[in-house]
Design a protein around this ligand. Structure first.
Ligand code: CA
Length: 365
């Protein structure tokens, strides 16, 4: 992207954010760094290098911060495994080994179990709904409070769009077929599968294709047609199931080491804040456009079968999801507060959706 377009886009996005009252700068939190001081930031990510949508968003964020700051913050991107393993991103940012991270919060559920609510919740909110909760329903404040003890500041990084149920080399005709199913599926969705009798496996994106090809897993979820075709998953599976019950949308997170954040002068904090907003605003439209395009490609090629999970399977997974969430909330006070906020917002927005978006989609046929 040319510098002029980039800055025009950034300016427009910052103006929109300001007009919406979203992510307004907080007064008086920045350091009194000397003018002309430069900052060299390492960005660690959970993605393969420049992986379409997620990895490219991380790169765009790094470039935007570097250019819009006039080079006063120079951000160097490291793909998964280049500096730290993918699931170590949060720890690296918390410890200050990297100043900034780009990933999804459920990858660090071992460190912060309640963080999963900021990644994806089975049968939870769609990308626009969760974005509404984060920016206008108190979600982002709860997220920052959760990460504060770890010395991590967080921004929203976008969303991968509504996901697919995944790729299977077995037919799923009834809840019985979930029993013994070995599937790559992270986060709360994995716990739900386990409760339904399956064996969830947590693998970073870069290892999924080989796991499917060698049969070390029977099934995998990843994202949606855009990213899944990017990995070639259609070459190693027969059935592509929907809906993405486990991950109605994955919220991406931008984590920043608190000391690195506090060291920035106020104008550079504004640059980072606006850059996050700019990148986030592009991601939803990108996924909507590309998922539609790659779904069409899969249909045209006709080599795989696209199927809906039977109602009996969805009912089973919904019931098991309820149990998993209830138990998490019962054992973790922070999780309870976050989920109370999330669930109340979901119910309210759902009522609007009924007579808003869903009604329009139904009406247009
Ligand atoms: Ca996924």
């Amino acid at each position: 992207m040319k510098r002029r377009e980039l800055l025009a886009g950034l300016g427009a996005s910052a103006a929109v954010l300001a007009a919406c009252g979203q992510e307004q700068p907080a007064a008086g939190t920045a350091s009194s760094a000397s003018p002309g001081e430069t900052f060299n930031w390492k960005m660690v990510t959970t993605w393969p290098p420049n992986f379409p949508g997620t990895g490219t968003s991380a790169t765009l964020l790094a470039e935007t911060i570097t250019r819009a700051s006039g080079g006063r913050i120079r951000v160097q991107v490291y793909a998964a495994g280049e500096l730290v393993p993918p699931f170590e991103v949060f720890n690296a940012v918390s410890a200050g080994a990297a100043e900034i991270g780009h990933g999804v919060s459920y990858y660090w559920k071992a460190q912060v179990e309640a963080a999963q609510f900021f990644g994806a919740i089975p049968f939870g909110m769609t990308p626009p709904e969760s974005s509404a909760w984060l920016h206008f329903g108190g979600g982002l404040e709860l997220w920052r409070e959760l990460y504060e003890p770890f010395g991590v500041m967080v921004f929203t990084g976008g969303n991968t769009g509504t996901q697919m149920g995944g790729w299977f080399n077995r037919e799923i005709n009834s809840p019985e077929d979930l029993k013994g199913l070995k599937m790559r599926i992270p986060g709360l969705g994995g716990e739900v599968l386990q409760r339904a009798g399956g064996t969830p496996v947590m693998l970073p994106g870069g290892e999924i294709y080989t796991a499917m090809q060698t049969g070390s897993v029977d099934a995998t979820e990843w994202v949606g047609p855009y990213n899944d075709v990017g990995f070639g998953l259609h070459e190693v599976a027969q059935y592509y199931y929907y809906p993405g019950w486990h991950e109605p949308g994955a919220i991406l997170e931008v984590s920043i080491n608190q000391e690195a954040w506090d060291a920035l002068p106020e104008d550079l904090q504004d640059v980072v804040r606006s850059a996050c907003g700019y990148v986030e605003s592009r991601m939803g439209p990108e996924y909507s456009a590309r998922n539609a395009q790659f779904l069409q490609q899969l249909r045209d090629e006709g080599k795989i079968e696209i199927r809906r999970f039977p109602d009996s399977v969805i009912d089973e997974l919904r019931a098991r999801s309820r149990e998993v969430i209830d138990e998490l909330v019962a054992r973790d006070e922070k999780a309870a507060r976050i989920y109370a906020s999330y669930a109340a917002f979901q119910q309210q927005v759902n009522e609007w959706l009924d007579i808003g978006e869903r009604a329009v989609v139904a009406a247009r046929g």
